[in-house]
Design a protein around this ligand. Structure first.
Ligand code: PLP
Length: 406
């Protein structure tokens, strides 16, 4: 941060103090105040430039301020931004058709945030349990994984295994059973006649970029088929190119029954999420069962259509695959004694530091001082997840700084 003349402190410092005094302290951000951004670069309130290696937890796969996405935003903003679902609008139909074609599903239900889409998926599979599996009311069980992250609403934190997410927020929502991530035998043991779904992330990003063992999802798919259980994949973070394929399930050679998307669906511009499924499942919703005032609004739908077109036209999944291989290869050859392991897929990369170093936060602070914005995840892991548009020379720029700090 550069000092402002005569003020004795920085503009960034002043703005941080405002946010701290008027805002709830439910986050612990790095002390950087972003005031503008383009592509992989952000500029702070005092004019210092940084590279964004977090991409808003993968909501910015297309990069900051992508011209085609911003253009769609402005163009739509001039026409109509909100109708509610009391009326149709001319963007929601095309958006749903395009997101269904991209993912290979029949129907979608649009919402806003990721957590809302997870809530929607839970309602979807419970409804399916009642109407198709003929379970009595309130009997449905959903199996989830330890160390999961699916959002922060009351029902969703009810099945978190992170103590802090749940403590003081009860009473919690029942109907969830937890099994170890990557443990297909445990899933099989947990399934009962009342199990309607298994809800899981293809890679546990928030837990520290945890990857399941090879063949896990093949077995999960078989178990779900054999026992009449819906496989629900939360691809809010892994989907839309991040892992080197359009969807992470493509690495596994399986398809889920229900797919949840969010984050990069809005191109880093607006919140929009969607739950996708077959007509058999999604067709069970009747008017009044579910809704959202802003869900499927024309502004978000127009932006999402542009965001998907950018992913496809710019081959961002393939770019993520190539850039991710390059990045992991170079990180591996750093030979740093501080690194325990480098793991990931595409541009979802975790550098796990040795436990003896006492956590990744100080390293993220040092990287920030050198112009690289990263965030520690679960204590010991530095997550690297830049926009998928990142160029080779920009990766090298980041690697120079990583090499220095590690
Ligand atoms: C971010 C995220 C969510 C929650 O999305 P919000 O938009 O923050 O509510 C849910 N699941 C996964 C895997 C995520 O990464």
């Amino acid at each position: 941060m550069t000092k402002r003349e005569g003020s004795g402190r920085t503009e960034s410092g002043r703005l941080i103090q405002l946010a701290e005094s008027y805002g709830a302290h439910n986050y612990h951000p790095l002390p950087v105040v972003v005031s503008s951004a383009q592509g992989v670069w952000v500029t702070d309130a005092d004019g210092k430039r940084y590279m964004d290696m977090l991409s808003a937890y993968s909501a910015l796969n297309q990069g900051h301020g992508h011209p085609r996405i911003v253009e769609a935003l402005v163009e739509q903003a001039r026409k109509v931004t909100l109708t509610s679902r009391a009326f149709h609008n001319d963007q929601i139909g095309p958006f749903l058709k395009e997101v269904c074609e991209l993912s290979g599903f029949d129907m979608g239900l649009p919402m806003n945030s990721g957590a809302e889409a997870v809530e929607t998926a839970i309602k979807t599979v419970r409804k399916w349990g009642c109407l198709v599996k003929k379970l009595p009311q309130d009997a449905a069980e959903i199996v989830v994984c330890s160390n999961n992250f699916h959002g922060r609403t009351t029902t969703v934190v009810s099945f978190s295994t992170d103590e802090q997410y749940r403590r003081d927020f009860g009473p919690l929502t029942p109907g969830f059973v937890t099994v170890g991530y990557g443990d297909a035998d445990a899933l099989e043991r947990a399934i009962t006649g009342s199990t309607v779904a298994f809800l899981v992330e293809p890679i546990q990003a928030e837990a520290g970029i945890l990857m399941p063992p090879r063949g896990y999802f093949k077995r999960v798919r078989e178990l779900c088929d054999r026992h009449g259980v819906l496989l629900v994949l939360d691809e809010i973070q892994t989907g839309l190119g991040r892992t080197g394929r359009m969807f992470a399930f493509e690495h596994e050679g399986i398809r889920p029954d229900v797919l949840i998307l969010g984050k990069a669906l809005g191109g880093g511009v607006v919140p929009i999420s969607v739950v996708l499924a077959s007509r058999e499942i999604m067709g069970l919703f009747k008017p009044g069962d579910h809704g959202s005032t802003f869900g499927g609004n024309p502004l978000a739908c127009a932006v999402a259509r542009a965001a998907m077109r950018v992913l496809v036209d710019e081959n961002l999944a393939r770019k993520a695959d190539e850039s991710g291989r390059y990045l992991m290869d170079k990180l591996g050859s750093l030979g740093s004694p501080r690194i325990q392991e480098v793991r990931g897929r595409g541009l979802l990369v975790g550098i796990e530091l040795k436990r003896s170093l006492g956590g990744a936060r100080p390293f993220c602070e040092r990287l920030m001082a050198d112009g690289l914005l990263c965030k520690e995840t679960h204590e010991h892991v530095i997550r690297l997840a830049p926009p998928l548009t990142i160029q080779r020379s920009e990766l090298d720029w980041a690697l120079e700084r990583l090499a220095k700090v590690l």
